[in-house]
Design a binder for this molecule. Sequence first.
Ligand code: SF4
Length: 359
Amino acid sequence: MESGAGSRDPGIPIPDSRLPIPDAFQRPLGSLRLSVTDRCNMRCGYCMPEEHYVWLPRESLLSFEELDRLAGIFHRLGVRKVRLTGGEPLLRHGLPRLIGMLARRDLVDLALTTNGILLGDHAAALRDAGLRRITVSLDTLRPDRMRAFARTDRHGEVLRGIAAARSAGFRSIKLNSVIVRGFNDDEVADLLAFAGAGDLELRYIEYMDVGGATRWRREDVVTRAELLDTIRRRFGAPEPVPDPGNPHAPAERFRLPDGTRFGIIASVTAPFCGSCDRSRVTADGTWFTCLYAERGVDLREPLRMGADDETIATLIEATWTARSDRGAEDRLRMLERGVLYQVEGLRQDPHREMHTRGG
Ligand code: SF4
């Protein structure tokens, strides 16, 4: 049951001329990832490889009204792109109602990242509620591999979910594939062929050493250069597709000779911190200005203690203005690079988990 709108301030005196709000490196406060749950119905090896997890207390999760109110405050501060994440966001009961609330705001982009298992049941309701863009994680075309790597035998449901999204009228469907050596690096070209045949845009993601990646090893990262080489050998030379209208996009985009487009998010070997306009709110209202940030800012406390919108906006603005995070670049400079956190460190603070931060 969602409840608790808290106090609203009808207007925050931040004139448009002050937008966008720059951080310490002149990066604007531009896009926001809102996590709606830390739970997931998969256990991908690059994110949740352990048997047991410490979950956020249920009473700490923000209600839809609280999430929408926060989105409104961020919107007034210049955020025009919102992506709903998890965990697996479709595990949050009644999600289309939140989509409907957010869709009423003047956003340029409202998107959702899902593992696709529940998409078949919800695609039409999400579309009706106002969602326009969906990204589905699909790391392998082989059900046996998904069973071994993500501990689920619901591969068929993911494929049905993608088909349901298409039938529901979603025109922009992306696939995200994290490529891990020894797991799915022999499927790099097959995944692209699958995406091209279904008019889906595939984005390869380098295996990152974030939060829950407790088995991460440098040698398991399949690099941007390796990906491009594999693709060139199967399909011919890809050519870069500049995207000047989207200077903060994390993916570098390419086009194959047959016109198929794809992207690479080279977070490990070619970090894009210099143009990063992204921040993340966890399902319990902790705001992180970088995926690698050690600590976040508690926005739930002021929300629930009766702070007005202007007070919360001032806190967000002051935090963003001081932001100097360049987490992936800092990691790239490390000579001895291993996992970011050991399991014990994650158990002490579940906010360090990638499935809590929204990836
Ligand atoms: S590491 Fe941090 S600053 Fe760099 S791109 Fe990722 S979220 Fe942005």
